[in-house]
Design a protein around this ligand. Structure first.
Ligand code: ADP
Ligand code: MG
Length: 704
């Protein structure tokens, strides 16, 4: 029943990849394309025409009828508008064409995408520009086969309206600054540094029939009501458990789809919560990893439908069990394969590594607020700083060995020993050889060093990894830049680098925390250390436009102040819209489904009492009576809470200012929603299941 899958054959089959280009493009054209990809040099229009034509031929041979500029507006998802290759018929016949101009630039009517005031509505023009660093690919669904061209999206005046543009700018910035660091250590051979990113994606699967019976899941992606099932995740019997057949068939299908798209899907397993799973691809260049993560999310949703399931990417679809996140693994790689986050084998390499590490600590400490902001989205508020880890406080986990090295450096100015007993190199400026520390793990840290990369674990499962990577690149670029400025001017490099490592580590050691990040004691300790604890997305939003943030992003041309202000505005608006939909959905469900169901049940109870008493006056109806009293009390509590929520929701609409409105939703509407949920969830535990108008948590997460 299991047909054989030839992975090497299908891998990348739907990608206009480097090897396809090499095969199909004239040598000179191919060379020019490579140059553009590698150095960002302009491409001539003649070359663009040749590439476009080759792309079209390749796509049409594979059944494509349309092309689209595929982009990532600030909605967090991707957007596409299809155009067919058809040209005006001549003598009743059409030929298929695709020009260089169409490849390079698109002009979608952008007025319906969030712009945060950057684009007046009358100036609806937005441009999409081909990002040749991310390969074009084919998407196949009911629409047919579509050639997708990854593009950046900006306004008529050049402001970024998407997640890709700033990401590309940030990759340039960090690449340039990282190269300066390498040169200082005598590397003359590497010509380019890029970020390597691998995003581990968590998700839930639920049965589609049941999903369709829950308006909250349909409209908001999460359950707004729901009493806990008798069993949760306490037995820890799901994590890494045997994958059930239905889920296995889904995973197999996902892998095939992803491999065809050239996405190196690698690891799959069951996660902690029932019905929760994870998929991790092999890391790729930052920009491609971001695009691919979008495709992973899209494919997960699409394929679920074929298996009679729905994939929930929301960060917290179910209260009381773990939510979903996305671990963003990040490192810096040169074009000749050097990982700058690899501790290395010689003291010399170690010094470079320790400088890189010191700069990262400095960047993360200086801009902990921005990093936290980059991982916030509406759904992630239910994880970060709420009942679930990781906490909203940014800290860095280094592991015992590295922490010890930092301690030695800070205390004595030298590190002469290594905890794991690696080779020792004593001497004034030398440092011990650092062994990769694979055993030392800390799952509670939001920003953990894991051998040769950092793992940023705060990111939400539904969110694009564009922003976290943009911010990460920017803050480390800034630290590299400052270090390079100092070291390039230093008369005695060895002395200067030693002093600088010590200085940065001393000044920023407060950001290092190897303990349990979930413990309350850490919250107090972090407060003592003066580390920010930004509890919600709304609180985090203003960090984008502080003078510190504007200086950082403007210095490297990643965002202008205007772009940051627009993003701030969009984030408030996004929050407002999302919570408003949640509030309205709760009102709708409570009014039309839950309250009527409970009334029916109380009527049944009352009828039963009368019937029993009529039939047998001496029979004991105290159970029915008690239940009726209890249910009626909760019913009236629910109705009161519903009225209060309606009032709050109505009040929210009177507020003109987006920021104020966002705070109103967070501080007034959200508590009113919780107040309605509480009695309803209690009712769910009391009311006869046949009256309850929707599948329960147990039905949803244990019966997939
Ligand atoms: P861990 O168990 O430490 O999380 P995995 O091997 O499971 O490590 O990798 C998790 C993710 O990190 C994968 O996507 C993997 O490809 C990615 N990854 C591994 N090494 C690097 C690196 N040097 N830079 C960026 N990502 C990496
Ligand atoms: Mg991991």
């Amino acid at each position: 029943m299991n047909e054989k899958i030839n992975v090497t054959e299908i891998f990348g089959a739907d990608v206009f990849s480097d090897s396809v280009m090499r095969e199909r493009l004239p040598k000179k054209v191919y060379a020019e394309v490579r140059r553009t990809i590698e150095t960002g040099a302009d491409m001539s229009s003649a070359t663009a025409d040749v590439v476009a034509n080759a792309m079209k031929d390749w796509a049409v041979e594979r059944g494509a009828t349309h092309y689209t500029h595929w982009f990532q507006p600030l909605t967090g998802i991707t957007a596409e508008k299809h155009d067919s290759f058809v040209t005006a018929p001549k003598n009743g016949k059409t030929i298929l064409e695709f020009s260089g101009k169409e490849l390079i630039k698109g002009e979608p009517d952008a007025s319906s995408f969030p712009s945060g005031g950057l684009r007046a509505t009358f100036e609806a023009r937005g441009y999409t520009a081909w990002d040749c660093t991310s390969p074009a690919f084919l998407k196949e669904d009911a629409t047919g086969v579509i050639l997708c061209i990854p593009t950046a999206f900006c306004s008529y005046t050049g402001e970024a309206l998407d997640k890709k543009t700033p990401l590309l700018r940030s990759m340039e910035a960090i690449g340039e600054q990282a190269l300066r660091i390498l040169r200082l250590f005598g590397n003359t051979t590497s010509v380019k540094v890029t970020t390597s990113v691998g995003a581990e994606q968590e998700y839930f699967l639920v049965d589609r029939e049941k999903y369709l019976q829950r308006k909250d899941l349909i409209y908001t992606g999460r359950t707004l009501f729901g009493a806990p099932a008798p069993k949760g995740q306490e037995l820890e019997d799901h994590y890494f458990g045997t994958i059930r057949e239905r889920i296995g068939a889904y995973m197999k299908d996902i892998n095939i789809e992803l491999w065809k798209l050239g996405i190196p899907a690698k690891t799959q397993h069951n996660e902690v919560a029932p019905a929760q799973h994870e998929l991790a691809p092999i890391y790729e260049e930052g920009n491609i990893a971001v695009d691919h993560n979008q495709l992973v999310m899209e494919t997960m949703k699409k394929v679920a439908g074929r298996h009679g399931m729905t994939c929930l990417l929301h960060e917290k679809p179910f209260a009381g069990v773990n939510g979903s996140g996305k671990h963003n693994n990040w490192s810096l790689t040169t074009n000749d394969g050097i990982n700058m986050l690899d501790p290395g084998k010689t003291p010399h390499e170690n010094i470079q590594f320790l400088l890189v590490l010191a700069c990262i600590l400095k960047g993360v400490d200086t801009h902990a607020d921005l990093l936290r902001q980059s991982a916030s989205d509406v759904g992630n508020d239910h994880r970060l700083g709420a009942n679930e880890a990781p906490p909203a406080i940014i800290s860095v986990f280094l592991g015992a060995q590295l922490e010890d090295v930092v301690r030695q450096l800070v205390e004595t100015g030298e590190a002469t020993s290594s905890l794991k007993g690696g080779k020792l190199n004593t001497g004034v400026h030398s440092l011990p050889v650092l062994a990769k520390d694979a055993t030392d793990r800390n799952r509670t840290s939001p920003f953990a060093f894991t051998g040769n990369k950092f793992e940023f674990r705060m990111v939400g499962s539904a969110d694009s990894i564009g922003s976290p990577n943009t911010t990460l690149n920017a803050i480390v670029a800034e630290a590299f830049c400052e270090a390079a400025d100092i070291l390039e001017a230093a008369p005695d490099f060895d002395r200067a680098v030693h002093d600088l490592i010590k200085k940065y580590m001393t000044e920023h050691q407060r950001i290092i925390f190897n303990g349990n990040g979930y413990a309350d004691a850490w919250i107090e300790e972090a407060a003592r250390r003066g580390l920010p604890n930004i509890k919600s997305m709304v609180d985090a939003t203003a960090t984008l436009t502080t003078d510190k943030a504007v200086a950082l992003f403007e210095k490297f041309g990643i965002f202008t102040r205007a772009e940051l202000e627009s993003r701030e505005e969009i984030l408030y608006e996004t929050y407002v819209k999302a919570i408003n939909i949640e509030a309205l959905t709760m009102i709708d469900m409570a009014t039309k489904q839950i309250i009527p169901a409970v009334i029916s049940y109380t009527t049944e109870l009352a009828k039963s009492m009368t019937a029993v008493t009529t039939a047998c006056p001496e029979a004991d109806t105290s159970v029915q009576k008690e239940l009726l009293l209890e249910v009626s009390a909760l019913l009236s509590e629910s109705k009161t809470a519903l009225t209060a929520l309606k009032e709050r929701q109505a009040q929210s609409q009177e507020i003109g200012d987006m920021e104020k409105m966002a705070y109103f939703f967070k501080d007034q509407v959200m508590p009113a929603m919780a107040a309605l949920r509480a009695p309803v969830d209690q009712l769910e535990m009391l009311v006869d299941k046949k009256y309850w108008p929707m599948p329960s948590y147990g039905d949803l997460i244990f019966e997939v």
